[in-house]
Design a protein around this ligand. Structure first.
Ligand code: FAD
Ligand code: SF4
Length: 529
């Protein structure tokens, strides 16, 4: 086979409008794709996450072939190469293309391995921009240069103006940039009522084949496969978007921070995985949301709240990731050194909020933002878990988890491991926050307003313990000082009881792990795969 260009498509680059196709000639050029074990095992990946990648990749290859393009595709069972770079090196030797074309990888790890291969290879490698994003990495760097602080809010205003989204005559529509004040409601005691069930996609024959292979190949990995109904093609991603815009966007803003026992989706979009695989573009998602407001189908606070996530947070964390890697990986500003409690991998705990968030994570590979930030993330922060272990867990268990978006959210936003680069202060709160935003506490054996005693909420105990542990650092902090100075209200005796109770909790959950001197115990299984 005479190949002019071998064009690399990574598992999260399933973009029908990729820059690879700008000058692609089907008679001379070939797409190259490979399923490799390392991508499923470098963290202890949820089985639905593995299945989603493989199903979407196989559908993509099938669609490309149907459009007349040649695809060189390596399935998992058909080769023994352990990594992407190894699989590609073998094929470069065999297929002998004149040139390699690749698009900026999202993950630093993958980019490094391909850069190393390119440096060894004698033929030309041409690197293309990833046009899926509205802000290129060089653009972000320009925006960041010379700024004292890289806050999301500043970035968001800049990109809204530049992209002309929700803008009129150079001003934000509705006269405000931010409708957060309207967007923080919780449900009353009656709960959310009848919720619109999100559109799901029954697995077709190709996806069923993947689900069977994953079940057989990764029996020890966490997560269920039976509920799998994620979009795996651009057509399905578009249908999922339209379903969200019509049936959930109008209430998205109001309840975006709310949680309710047994209700994993509420009014959330369920679009992160489809966007991260590039089955649908953020520009399309943003345009659909803006049009819903213009047509009077959804109120401005809901639409602004949603667009802020996609145009603001999503583009911002990507920029930060590429600015900060690889040092970001080792960030640990609060010197957290506890192992991740084993129950993160099983959901077996008597804390109702964590049981629900972890249970749905293991079932669906999904939890919404506030569950990630203010339940699982908050608990790890308060307990003082090593950020790298928290990161490995988040990267493993969510179907939408890809390092460029997961890592800044985990290490920066949730764990404050970057020492305030992304957020001005740690997102720390007691059980009372969870009580305000959910009905979890009503069904829990613990009481959110108690810090000491038999029924004290572990979040609340650990919250005060966290404030005491980090008092020196934050007492005079301009944004956090007020929260920290609340420890002045505690008597010495009370402080002592809190510290003792926190120590007992740590012995209960992580004592055995600390005694063993090791990291979180579960990856031992992981090594067995
Ligand atoms: P919705 O709540 O409906 O939000 C709409 C869209 O906005 C999402 O699809 C997503 O693309 C975007 N978005 C919202 N918040 C963020 C954010 N903070 N950063 C980037 N994009 C955002 N998101 C991922 O896509 N992959 C991850 O691996 C990931 N890990 C996270 C880890 C932690 C500790 C935290 C706190 C957040 C993480 N997020 C991650 C962000 C957010 O939680 C998910 O994007 C969201 O829950 C996905 O569900 P959804 O599609 O229903 O989103
Ligand atoms: Fe969670 Fe504490 Fe509420 Fe129980 S009481 S659900 S542990 S916040």
């Amino acid at each position: 086979m005479n190949i002019r260009r071998l064009c690399i498509v990574l598992g999260d680059q399933l973009d029908p409008a990729s820059s690879l196709f700008d000058d692609f000639e089907p008679q001379h050029d070939v797409l190259w794709m490979a399923e490799v074990r390392e991508e499923a095992t470098h963290v202890w990946s949820h089985r639905a996450r593995i299945a989603l990648f493989l199903a979407a990749m196989r559908h993509y290859a099938e669609a490309q072939r149907a459009s007349g393009r040649r695809v060189h595709y390596r399935r998992l069972g058909e080769h023994t190469a352990a990594s992407l770079a190894e699989a590609l090196a073998e094929d470069l030797a065999r297929l002998e293309p004149a040139e390699v074309v690749w698009v900026e990888p999202g993950d630093w790890r993958v980019a490094e391995s391909l850069r190393t291969l390119a440096a060894r290879d004698t033929r030309p490698w041409s690197l293309r921009q990833d046009r899926h994003f509205l802000v290129g990495t060089a653009d972000f760097q320009r925006w960041a240069t010379g700024r004292k602080e890289l806050r999301m809010e500043h970035f968001y205003r800049w990109i809204r103006q530049r992209a002309g989204v929700l803008m009129q005559d150079g001003k934000p529509v509705g006269g405000r940039w931010n409708f957060d004040a309207e967007n923080r409601e919780s449900f009353d005691a009656r709960g959310p009522g009848l919720l619109p069930a999100p559109l799901g996609f029954a697995p077709d024959a190709l996806t069923r084949e993947v689900l069977e292979e994953v079940a057989a190949a990764y029996p020890a990995h966490p997560g269920e496969l039976a509920p799998f109904d994620w979009p795996v093609t651009p057509v399905q991603a578009e249908a999922a978007l339209e379903d969200f815009i019509r049936r959930r966007l109008p209430e998205f803003g109001r309840y975006q921070d709310a949680m309710w026992q047994g209700e994993p989706w509420l009014y959330h979009a369920r679009l992160a995985a489809a966007m991260n695989l590039k089955l649908i573009s953020p520009a399309r998602v943003i345009a659909a949301a803006e049009a819903a407001w213009q047509d009077g189908q959804a109120p401005l606070p809901a639409v602004e709240g949603f667009i802020r996530q996609v145009l603001g947070w999503r583009e911002y964390v990507r920029g930060i990731y590429h600015l900060r890697m690889p040092a970001f990986l080792d960030a640990n500003a609060l010197d957290a050194d506890a192992p991740l409690p084993a129950f993160y991998w099983t959901g077996e705990t008597d804390m109702a909020c964590l049981r629900d968030a972890l249970g749905q994570t293991l079932k669906y590979g999904y939890a919404h933002h506030i569950q990630r930030l203010m339940v699982t993330g908050l608990f790890a922060l308060l307990l003082g878990v090593r950020p790298r272990e928290v990161h490995a867990w988040y990267l493993a268990v969510y179907v939408d988890a890809i390092e460029w978006v997961e890592l800044p959210n985990t290490l920066g936003m949730s764990q404050y491991a970057d020492g305030g680069y992304m957020t001005s202060k740690p997102y720390c709160a007691s059980g009372k926050y969870i009580d305000r935003m959910s009905n979890y506490c009503a069904g829990c054996r613990y009481r959110p307003d108690e810090a000491v005693g038999e029924t004290a909420c572990p979040f609340t105990t650990l919250y005060w313990d966290f404030l005491l542990r980090h008092e020196q650092r934050f007492r005079n902090h301009p944004r956090a000082g007020l929260q920290w100075r609340s420890v002045d209200r505690l008597s010495d005796e009370r402080k002592g009881s809190i510290v003792l109770q926190a120590a007992a909790l740590k012995v209960r959950w992580i004592g055995a792990q600390i005694a063993a001197g090791g990291p979180s115990p579960v990856p031992a299984d992981h090594g067995a795969d």
